[in-house]
Design a protein. Structure first.
Length: 276
């Protein structure tokens, strides 16, 4: 008799567990289905709080054996898998101008929008990443250190011009000399960034959109307002996700995809969106 009671309790418990798991699975399917059905919906900044990741890469290398620092280098194969995978998940790659127009209430963005960036102006972006970006027609921004353009391992002005003229690339400032900006005065900061943009315009023509990214992600708070007044959109490097409700063009968040699988990238986006 006692054994029968215990068996009944276990049976009831098992039914409860199965019911809970069924609800979780059905809820997951519903969320996924809704996400896929609405993935091409577009919204103004006032209509919906969107999460907008800005992805940051440095080097795209040919082979796994070339990777020495995984936070700096990603293989061609992994990079293409990430690009293709993000598109399959419904992400739309947008430009900084799209983001600026969206922030000003002049443009709608897709529910899943993201921005692609490369720091340092490395030549392997031209040789290895650019053909992939052309293949998928992906807009991107390349932040270059202007004094290093054409140096060993860096893209030349001719290569930067070619990418810019394709209509896919925006070439922007990563400073003149990749110094630590947290050690610079406001005056030195403005001189450095302005000089880099002067070099960009001398070699690539007028730059409608002026965007600056701090080398090493280092800066001081007092530099932000003067750069804003000069009309620069400012990027940080802090592994956070931008959200419409508090979108700040003068402190945009960027995150590293590294060599992550698509599943891991999506988990990190969700985690960072919840945490920050």
């Amino acid at each position: 008799m006692e054994n029968k009671k215990i068996a009944n309790k276990y049976s009831i418990l098992l039914k409860i567990i199965i019911s809970i798991l069924t609800i979780i699975i059905l809820l997951g399917i519903s969320i996924y289905t809704y996400d896929r059905l609405t993935v091409n919906n577009e919204y103004l900044i006032s209509e919906k709080n969107l999460e907008i990741p800005i992805f940051l890469y440095h080097h795209i290398v040919k082979e796994e054996s070339e990777i020495q620092y995984d936070y700096m280098q990603t293989t061609e194969k992994t990079f293409e898998e990430q690009i293709r995978g993000l598109e399959n998940l419904g992400y739309h790659f947008i430009s900084y101008q799209d983001l600026i127009d969206y922030n000003n209430g002049q443009k709608k963005l897709y529910k899943k929008s993201c921005v692609l960036t490369f720091d340092d102006g490395c030549r392997d972006i031209y040789t290895n990443a650019y053909p992939i970006l052309q293949k998928y027609n992906i807009p991107f921004t390349m932040f270059v250190v202007t004094n290093a353009v054409g140096a060993d391992g860096c893209a030349s002005w001719e290569e930067l011009k070619e990418m810019q003229d394709s209509g896919l690339a925006l070439i922007a400032s990563h400073s003149t000399n990749h110094t630590e900006f947290n050690k610079l005065s406001v005056e030195e900061t403005l001189e450095n960034v302005d000089s880099s943009y002067k070099a960009l315009e001398e070699n690539l023509g007028e730059q409608k959109t002026k965007i600056f990214t701090y080398p090493y992600g280092l800066y001081s708070q007092e530099q932000l307002e003067p750069l804003k007044e000069e009309g620069y959109v400012i990027n940080l490097t802090d592994n956070k996700i931008n959200k419409s409700k508090d979108l700040n063009l003068y402190g945009l968040h960027r995150c590293y995809p590294l060599s992550d699988s698509l599943f891991k990238m999506e988990l990190k986006i969700i985690y960072r969106s919840i945490r920050y």
